[in-house]
Design a protein. Structure first.
Length: 159
């Protein structure tokens, strides 16, 4: 494996672990409940942790696995940008934002649902960092990580 790629993949692995740790800290320690799109936006980081670990364990299929990581981060760009658009009012909330929020059929179910976790709308920004929503930050980060993964894939092609 190219030493440069190994360093880059280790950095992405560490960054993905850090990103998820921050997301869980914001959720469980600071008490900000994520919406459904926020939860979906975590998937590329989880996939990166698993797939990069797989690259190091197998030490083969690096281009294929790196391409999968790239696809996950590109999907992360799309979901994050869509979420950003919902927050800004450019797009309407989709069915994904309302998954698990279906209306109960009777009053007992309604009372039980009200006792459970608060329903968070995808358009409500519950946490900001330097004045930016996490969806905005994630759009930029996913774009950067996609560019880095393209470089990693090109590096493998040179060997």
């Amino acid at each position: 494996m190219n030493l440069n790629n190994k360093l880059i993949l280790n950095a992405i692995l560490a960054f993905s672990i850090l990103s998820l740790s921050i997301a869980y800290f914001i959720q469980y320690v600071l008490g900000h409940q994520p919406c459904n799109l926020c939860l979906i936006e975590r998937i590329p980081y989880i996939a990166a942790i698993i797939l990069i670990s797989l690259i190091f364990i197998l030490n083969k299929y690096q281009i294929i696995i790196s391409s999968l990581i790239l696809i996950f981060f590109i999907l992360g760009i799309l979901v994050s940008f869509y979420h950003f658009g919902i927050e800004q009012g450019f797009f309407n909330e989709s069915f994904v934002c309302n998954l698990g929020n279906s209306q109960p059929l009777n009053k007992e179910e309604l009372l039980n649902q009200l006792k459970k976790a608060k329903i968070v709308s995808c358009k409500d920004v519950t946490f900001r960092f330097f004045g930016l929503s996490l969806a905005t930050i994630n759009t930029v980060i996913s774009l950067i990580l996609s560019g880095i993964m393209i470089k990693v894939i090109k590096n493998y092609g040179k060997n």
